[in-house]
Design a protein around this ligand. Structure first.
Ligand SMILES: C[S@@+](CC[C@H](N)C(=O)[O-])C[C@H]1O[C@@H](n2cnc3c(N)ncnc32)[C@H](O)[C@@H]1O
Length: 230
């Protein structure tokens, strides 16, 4: 009997969900001087780290994502199984050619919705998405703060913003111009009301991932005290 109880307690502990708050599990200790060297090949080294990126996104069934500058829909395709049949991935593009290609590619994937968007907006309704995902698109935008302010409306209060860009101080050669300073991004995000929950280098790529949440999640301290006091 005692052993059975111990077994059941162990079973409950093992099946409890892991804590999913945004604390990185990776140590930042430099063990090997080459550990940050770029190992990824081609123009999309960050795509090779998709498992890590998707883990960071932590998408759930039914989530609505807007993949801004979806390109060929590579990320949208990877996200589908996480959002499930009830989820939606709005694949926004400013190039009609890319939209047409995605529409053809995803005829059998109804959750992925490619569409032509204006350059300064997603053209989606307020409060309609759980995540805005911009992989190598942010540096293309004009009027960054206005765009981030627009996203604050489109993304739900508990939603998130994820930006992947190449760090301008790292690497050289091809793609040198297609970078964005993480410092400037933090400044612009702060101005638009986005608070960084995560900033990490995507090891082996010279790219970084930054995930933001809405400022309204953080109550003023006095209000917090009142809430705690009941
Ligand atoms: C370098 S590609 C990135 C493609 C894909 N997101 C990836 O990570 O592999 C950037 C894409 O952003 C699109 N783009 C540029 N400005 C945009 C805007 N304002 N809104 C939506 N898409 C935009 C471009 O047409 C291009 O397809």
């Amino acid at each position: 009997m005692y052993n059975l109880i111990r077994f059941l307690v162990l079973l409950v502990l093992l099946s409890a969900p892991a804590v999913a708050y945004s604390d990185s599990v990776q140590s930042t200790r430099v063990i090997d001087p080459n550990q940050h060297a770029c190992t990824g090949g081609g123009g999309y080294p960050y795509r090779e780290k998709y498992e890590y990126v998707l883990k960071e996104l932590d998408l759930k069934k039914g989530d609505v994502v807007v993949d801004i500058g979806a390109g060929d829909g590579w990320w949208a395709e990877k996200m589908v199984k996480f959002v499930g049949s009830e989820g939606i991935i709005h694949a926004s593009e400013i190039k009609q050619e890319q939209v047409d290609k995605m529409k053809e590619k995803f005829t059998d994937v109804p959750q992925i919705k490619p569409y032509l968007c204006p350059t300064d907006s997603t053209a989606l309704k307020d409060n309609s998405c759980d995540m805005a995902f911009l992989s190598k698109t942010y540096h293309h935008l004009k009027g960054h703060i206005d765009y981030l302010s627009h996203l604050r409306k489109v993304i739900k209060p508990t939603g998130r913003l994820c930006i992947i860009e190449k760090h301008p101080s790292l690497g050289s050669g091809r793609g040198k111009g297609h970078t964005f300073s993480p410092g400037l991004l933090m400044q612009q995000a702060d101005e638009a009301g986005w608070i960084p929950a995560r900033y990490e280098l995507i090891t082996g790529t010279y790219h970084y991932i930054a995930i933001f949440v809405q400022r309204e999640l953080f109550q003023p301290e006095q209000q917090q005290k009142k809430t705690r006091a009941g």
